[in-house]
Structure formats: structure tokens, C-alpha cells
Design a protein around this ligand. Structure first.
Ligand code: SF4
Ligand code: SF4
Length: 453
């Protein structure tokens, strides 16, 4: 696979991805500029596994194309150790955490597991988290930064990110990182080698994303993390579920590539939605590759893009890790025909009224006890099961479907004090959602579905 691909010239590679025409048409100069510095894909980086790797510009890090997202870890340190051991033994070497993940325990659990391995066996990524405005001052942020080193048990961080840039637009970046002097501090830390690569993760207002990249001459971002999957590629904008993300992943990816900034991908399965396809859509995939899961299709689609450095997957079960390792060992690029099918599936899915919640829990706790991700997960399940959307009020099964929805909610969330009906529209959760979901509006939608008539 590695040899085969390295023999491919640039035009053949783009053609195979089905990207050739689009990228060439977009900006021929940017394509030519990247020609000599193109990341390579090859298997067997550790001489044993068949993991696929990409090369980081500048440092030459050989980063596994499958990265381990440490947000949704199991509770037991022993289980985390086992997952990390398996990952490293099978060539995964990129581990992404943040001070706020897993209720503040992810960095410690990650550090405990990784420190049992030689330091050169892994790259660790963590972040200056951005969720609580009362921590936006210099001293508290410095303290958060220093604590990451202690919790991760390292004396340098391989990949450090400004966390979740985008909410609040350019003004929030200025208030959080520029006016406080924090970005200046982090740039100096990179110069000093305590941070090896500096980047940012982005959700939301595209003016913030553009602002950071348009100042590339000043900041020299080494990488950026974006939400990218075959559904968000062209369907991230306003849709029927009322969520807002200003830019399609296609725009973000192309701008990063043109600016020479390598991309780390989060949410390759869009919070799991692309791992649980509707039967009809699933059958279209199995007709082509009978043994492949929907998740492996989604990963192959992401990994087929050449400017991707790594693709994060939050794997809290050994079976998921094993399956993902298989998909990436080595990664088989999507063909043009396969890309076309995934594009058609995305078009169909974009018409589904699902709520794009990734169950990150950033919005929790709700002061009124609402289990926000739990309500949304059930709502999306009802869409999967075709209980929703409800038919026309005149339809014979209208009331039966409403009842089915209410019964299902009782089963999914037995404690009624966690239901959407408890939402008082206080908007406490609004600013915390990186997916820009208008949470109270969506709660009202669920309540409306539960009404008797
Ligand atoms: S708007 Fe509703 S869901 Fe959000 S925090 Fe307030 S009560 Fe909870
Ligand atoms: S509603 Fe938003 S913040 Fe809350 S769990 Fe879902 S994606 Fe995360």
C-alpha cells in the first residue's frame, strides 16, 4: 500500500480521491505550492504493525493516521491502561486530551497510562481550554497550562491547542488570548521547545477561523483541528434541525490546505451518527464492501484526504479500538465511485431532522436537571427508528407514533426529572455548546412532540 501510493503522482492521487477537479479548479497555485511538502502515507512505521502514518511538516513526526481521543474514557484506570497499551502496540501514537475532558480527569488518566511507555513512543496533544469565562485571565490560564505538564507527566507537549476557538467570534479570541498576552506566552513556549507544535481547535463562527489563518505570517500555526466527516463536508450549514455552523468542512479543509496548515480531524463519525446508518443506506455500502462497517467507511473517507495528519476517535471499548486499528492498518483510500456514494448518502441524511449533538457533555450540568445529551440521543434514536418525524396530524398512525415516542423516552430516561419538559429556557447552556445547537429550542421541539395533540 505505502509503496503503491508513493509511486502515484499528485494528479493520480487527487483523481483517485475524486478531489482532483475540485481542488485544481479552486486554486492551481495552492496545489502546486504543496507539491513538494505533501505528507506521505505508508504502513509499518514501527516495523511490525501495518498502521498508516502521515509525516508532520517541519518536525518530521510520523503520526498515526488513527489518533486516540481521550474524551470519553472508561472510569477504570486499568481499562484505560489496557486500551493505551493495545493502541501503542498496534502503532497508534497520537493521544489527544484536554484539561476539561472526563470531568477534569482525562489528563491524569492519560498521563498515568502513557508514562508507562517510552516517551518517544507517543505524541501527546492537550489544550488551553476555553469553556469558562471566569478562567480567561492570564494567571488561571498559566496555571491550567502548567498543570497539564504535571498531570500528563511530561516535560514537553507535542501538540498544544487553543481549545474550541469560534464561539464569540474574533472578539472572544482577542479577549481570551491576545489582550491577556496568553498567545504571546504560548508562542514563546513554542520557541523554547516546551510546546513542539502550536495549533487551535475550531467550532462555530467562521470569522474566528479566518482571522487566525489570515494571520498565519504572524502566528505560524503548525496544525488545526476541525470537525470533518462526509456529512459535514457540504451539509454543515443551517439545516432543518436549526443548528448553526458557519462553514462546511470542505471550506475549512481547503483553506487549511491552501495555507499549508495540516489538519487534525475530530468527530469523523459525527458523534456516532455515521456509525449507525439507516438500514437502506447501510445496504448501499454493504453491496460494495460486505464486510465493512459504516464507521470504517467514514474513517476511510476522512483518511483519504492528503492534508489530514490524524483522525481522532474516542475509543472507550476494546472492540472499537480493534476495529479502528484494522481500518487503518493500512488505510485503503476511497475510490472515486465510493466517494460518490458517500456524497449521495450525505445528501439523503441531511434531510433527516436529527439534532447534531455529539454527546460531549460540555453543556452539562443543566441547573434544572435536564439531561441534555440524553434527551437529544433519544430524539435521534427515534429518528433512526422512523418514529420521527411525525406524520401529518390527519394520518391514521399520528397518535400512535406520538405515544411510541413518549414510551421510548420513558425507557431511555426513566427519571422524569431529567426530561426536556424540565427546561425553563434559562439559556445557561447556550454558550457552552461547540455545535452551536440552540438547546432550549430543541428542548421545546421535544416537548411539543410529547404533547397529547
Ligand atoms: S436552557 Fe433548558 S436545558 Fe439549557 S440550561 Fe437552561 S433549563 Fe437547562
Ligand atoms: S448539546 Fe452541545 S454541548 Fe451538549 S452534549 Fe450535545 S453537542 Fe455537547
Amino acid at each position: 500500500m505505502g509503496k503503491k501510493q508513493s509511486d502515484m503522482n499528485r494528479r493520480q492521487f487527487l483523481h483517485k480521491l475524486g478531489l482532483g477537479v475540485a481542488v485544481m479548479a479552486m486554486d492551481p497555485l495552492s496545489v502546486l505550492a504543496g507539491e513538494t511538502n505533501r505528507p506521505q502515507t505508508y504502513g509499518g512505521g514501527d516495523g511490525q504493525s501495518q498502521m498508516t502514518y502521515r509525516v508532520k511538516h517541519g518536525s518530521g513526526d510520523k503520526v498515526s493516521l488513527l489518533g486516540f481521543g481521550m474524551m470519553r474514557l472508561p472510569d477504570s484506570q486499568e481499562e484505560v491502561n489496557q486500551l493505551v497499551d493495545y493502541a501503542i502496540a498496534h502503532g497508534v501514537n497520537y493521544f489527544d486530551t484536554a484539561p476539561m475532558y472526563k470531568g477534569g480527569h482525562s489528563e491524569t488518566m492519560t498521563g498515568t497510562a502513557l508514562s508507562r511507555h517510552p516517551r518517544e513512543k507517543y505524541f501527546v496533544a492537550t489544550k488551553m481550554s476555553n469553556q469558562r469565562e471566569n478562567l480567561w485571565n492570564y494567571d488561571d490560564s498559566r496555571a491550567m497550562y502548567e498543570k497539564s505538564f504535571r498531570d500528563l507527566r511530561v516535560d514537553y507537549i507535542d501538540y498544544y491547542l487553543l481549545h474550541s476557538i469560534g464561539g464569540g467570534g474574533v472578539d472572544a479570541i482577542k479577549a481570551r488570548f491576545l489582550d491577556t498576552g496568553l498567545l504571546e506566552f504560548l508562542l514563546k513556549e513554542r520557541e523554547a521547545g516546551r510546546i513542539r507544535h502550536l495549533g487551535f481547535s475550531y467550532h462555530g463562527d467562521v470569522s474566528a477561523f479566518d482571522f487566525l489563518l489570515d494571520h498565519q505570517d504572524e502566528y505560524h500555526w503548525d496544525f488545526a483541528q476541525i470537525q470533518m466527516n462526509y456529512l459535514d463536508w457540504r451539509h454543515a450549514s443551517l439545516n432543518k434541525s436549526g443548528w448553526r455552523q458557519d462553514a462546511d468542512a470542505e471550506y475549512l479543509y481547503n483553506k487549511l490546505e491552501k495555507t499549508g496548515v495540516q489538519t487534525v480531524v475530530m468527530e469523523p463519525l459525527r458523534g456516532g451518527a455515521l456509525a449507525r446508518l439507516d438500514d437502506e443506506l447501510y445496504q448501499r455500502l454493504t453491496a460494495l464492501r460486505p464486510n465493512d462497517t459504516p464507521a470504517s467507511w467514514a474513517f476511510r473517507w476522512v483518511g483519504s484526504h492528503p492534508n489530514i495528519l490524524t483522525t481522532l476517535s474516542g475509543m472507550n471499548q476494546m472492540s472499537h479500538l480493534e476495529e479502528n486499528v484494522r481500518t487503518f492498518s493500512p488505510l485503503e483510500l476511497c475510490t472515486e465511485a465510493e466517494n460518490k456514494i458517500l456524497e449521495e448518502i450525505a445528501d439523503v441524511m441531511s434531510g433527516f431532522p436529527v439534532i447534531p449533538c455529539t454527546t460531549c457533555h460540555y453543556c452539562m450540568p443543566c441547573p434544572y436537571g435536564v439531561d441534555i445529551p440524553g434527551n437529544f440521543a433519544y430524539y435521534n434514536e427515534a429518528v433512526d427508528q422512523k418514529i420521527l418525524p411525525l406524520p401529518d396530524k390527519q394520518a391514521a398512525d399520528y397518535m400512535a407514533r406520538k405515544q411510541q415516542f413518549a414510551d421510548g423516552l420513558r425507557q431511555a430516561l426513566p427519571d422524569a426529572s431529567t426530561w426536556a419538559t424540565q427546561c425553563v429556557d434559562c439559556e445557561e447552556c447556550l454558550k457552552k455548546c461547540p455545535q452551536q445547537i440552540r438547546i432550549p429550542n430543541q428542548m421545546a421541539r421535544i416537548v411539543e412532540t410529547l404533547r397529547k395533540r
